[in-house]
Design a protein around this ligand. Structure first.
Ligand code: ADP
Ligand code: MN
Ligand code: MN
Ligand code: MN
Length: 337
């Protein structure tokens, strides 16, 4: 049977890139391959030299169309087959390769907010719902809005074969989370991008919009993050490497903050379960720290750490690359690789 392949890529929009996609129809037995697009319409090329190249990097069954149809995550190349300047995956791939022997794993918690008619889903016209408290992991139609979309999205991620590990309603009414992982640096990031595309696409069918805005409502309302859980083989086997990784993140705090998503200073205020973006800290069980060591990791004396700083709108290729580079090189230097 002929089938549809939805080619998905990341555009050149600044400061936060957007997802784009288009469909190519393949005849029975025909295989996925390079394709192209008009980069002058995606902030990726001037009109006089507009061709950009799409190279499939990860594909899976299309859970929306079913059948033989595929979703195809791509990276963008220039016509000489080198990475396009907007392509952050290539650098992530190089770092993942360099430190592969340490077996880095990532679990990313993607928070997001549903919007309808320009306000968070469930919010009253021209006002505010009751203050935060009951919404996180809540139940009941006075507290929970959008569960049907969330269910459709998580089912789709499962059918696509993504490493989705859970979902939950978040602290602000209309805000939700899904988690991808644990997976290697490149797969975790590929799958977050694909799961984001599925979220936007499925939300279309429910006439709602999903946004990764890190602070959709100013004031006393939680922002949206992308807590990034990280371990290496050595961290999964002992506690000294866990501490070394936290210290390494501390030494490189400024570099990470600058690349963890646009508008991070609006979210990392020191309130709403965040640490201020200007100060680095780590601690056991501490949701007010930059990096949290889960309580059972301290008990077991092995496991993983949670970098709570990345924004919901971060580029996961940049985040997993930075954390791998920073922690794995320090673990190497400390003889803990
Ligand atoms: P939180 O308690 O912060 O809300 P979640 O349960 O939402 O945490 O997310 C935890 C994430 O960490 C999951 O995606 C999970 O797969 C991932 N994870 C678990 N163990 C590890 C590990 N050893 N290394 C990296 N990620 C891990
Ligand atoms: Mn979580
Ligand atoms: Mn959360
Ligand atoms: Mn978390």
């Amino acid at each position: 049977m002929a089938y549809k392949a939805e080619y998905i890529w990341i555009d050149g929009t600044q400061p936060t890139a957007k997802l784009r996609s288009k469909v190519k129809i393949f005849q029975d037995g025909e295989e996925l391959g390079l394709w192209g697009f008009d980069g002058s319409s995606t902030n990726q090329a001037p009109g006089k030299a507009s061709d950009c190249v799409l190279r499939p990097v990860f594909d899976c069954p299309d859970p929306i169309r079913g059948g033989d149809n595929r979703l195809v995550m791509c990276e963008v190349l220039l016509t000489d087959m080198t990475p396009h300047p907007s392509n952050t995956r290539a650098a992530c791939a190089a770092v993942a390769e360099r430190f592969a022997s340490q077996e880095p794993w990532f679990g990313i918690e993607q928070e997001y907010t549903f919007l309808q008619d320009g306000r968070p889903l469930g919010w009253p016209v021209g006002g505010f719902p009751g203050p935060q408290g009951p919404y996180y992991c809540g139940v009941g139609s006075d507290e929970i809005f959008g569960r049907d979309v969330v269910e459709a999205h998580s089912d789709a991620c499962m059918e696509a074969g993504l490493a989705i590990s859970g979902t939950n309603a978040e602290v602000m009414m209309g805000q939700w989370e899904f988690q991808i992982g644990p997976a290697d640096p490149l797969s975790a990031a590929d799958q977050i991008w694909l799961a984001r595309w599925l979220l936007y696409r499925i939300a279309e069918d429910f006439d709602v919009v999903a946004t990764l805005d890190p602070k959709p409502i100013p004031g006393d309302w939680n922002g949206a993050g992308a807590h990034t859980n990280f371990s290496t083989k050595a961290m999964r086997e002992g506690y000294d490497p866990v501490i070394t990784a936290c210290e390494a993140l501390g030494k490189n705090a400024r570099k990470h903050i600058e690349l963890y998503g646009d508008g991070i200073e609006k979210r990392l205020t020191g309130l709403h379960e965040t640490a201020p973006w200007t100060e680095f800290s780590y601690g056991v069980s501490d949701r007010g720290a930059s990096v949290r060591i889960p309580w059972m990791v301290e008990v077991d004396k092995k496991g993983y750490i949670e970098d709570r700083r990345p924004n919901a709108n971060c580029d996961p290729y940049i985040v997993t690359r930075l954390i791998t580079e920073t922690c794995c090189s320090e673990l190497d230097a400390a003889g803990q690789a």
